[in-house]
Ligand binder design. Structure first.
Ligand code: FAD
Length: 227
């Protein structure tokens, strides 16, 4: 989400992220729908990728860079993707956000837009190709029930990727067991984020490191063999 203000906010200086709204989160004691708002720095590359429009339209918006602020809507998704090998043995990744996730994403976008208008933004740009800039909170009404599609979203991406080689209790349900030992390859252990079966809903580095340490201890105890 991007908003334009009357006065320069110079959001390319300072910390990349400085504040967050956690009231819609579903972890750490919160019982919300499962998204958070986090401000992000307005660097030229990321701003250009998040703004709707191309060519002269995008150029005009980018010329306003000092006046722009940006917020990421972090969704704790429930959709399930799939990784398969194609006929040539190359991995093919399929990930289609389901209707529930897209609706919660829309609600997060609306919440961010409302916050920007409450802070007196002149315009708010939805991260949706073809969507016109919004000038007031009233403009949000038309969007409140709109169905999002992944193809229309300018900047849908993930930085917390899990589940490429999940831990499971049986080979039919995963790649490795709870100790990271691969079902199909003796002596091979998975210790990175790909072993986590679902997203954590919080920043994951500490969990990933703790899991790697846990598995390393088991490897040492088991002598690097499964079973
Ligand atoms: C922009 C961004 C911001 C983030 N911010 C946070 C945050 O604030 N807090 C937080 O907790 N998490 C954050 N994360 C998530 C976190 O960085 C990742 O979840 C975590 O680093 C994953 O750890 P990993 O060890 O599984 O994989 P990685 O850290 O990605 O490590 C994989 C390593 O394998 C190497 N590699 C890949 N292929 C090969 C190969 N064929 N041969 C040899 N080496 C190879 C790579 O070079 C890399 O060093 C962020 C991620 C991104 C992208």
């Amino acid at each position: 989400m991007t908003a334009r203000f009357r006065e320069p906010v110079h959001a390319y200086y300072g910390p990349t992220m400085a504040y967050a709204v956690s009231e819609w989160s579903d972890v750490n004691g919160h019982a919300g729908p499962g998204f958070m708002l986090e401000n992000v720095a307005v660097h030229p590359l990321t701003a250009a990728g998040a703004l709707p429009g191309f060519g002269a339209e995008l150029e005009a918006r980018m010329a306003q860079l000092p006046y722009l602020a940006r917020t990421a809507v972090l969704l704790r998704d429930r959709s399930r993707g799939r990784i398969q090998l194609d006929a040539d043995g190359h991995p093919r990744i399929a990930y289609a956000p389901d209707a529930g996730d897209l609706a919660r994403l829309r609600d997060g976008i609306l919440a961010a837009a409302r916050a920007y208008f409450a802070a007196d933004a002149v315009e708010v740009y939805l991260p949706i190709q073809t969507a016109p800039p919004l000038r007031s909170a009233k403009d949000l009404d038309a969007f409140a029930t709109a169905a999002l599609t992944p193809a229309k979203l300018c900047n849908l991406y993930a930085v917390h990727l899990f589940g490429g080689a999940v831990m499971a209790d049986a080979p039919a349900r995963g790649v490795c067991d709870e100790d990271g030992a691969c079902f199909a390859a003796r002596g091979l252990f998975v210790t990175d984020a790909s072993a986590l079966p679902t997203n954590t809903g919080v920043n994951p580095q500490v969990t990933i490191m703790a899991n790697a340490l846990r598995i390393a201890e088991r490897v040492a105890t088991r002598g690097g063999r499964r079973g």
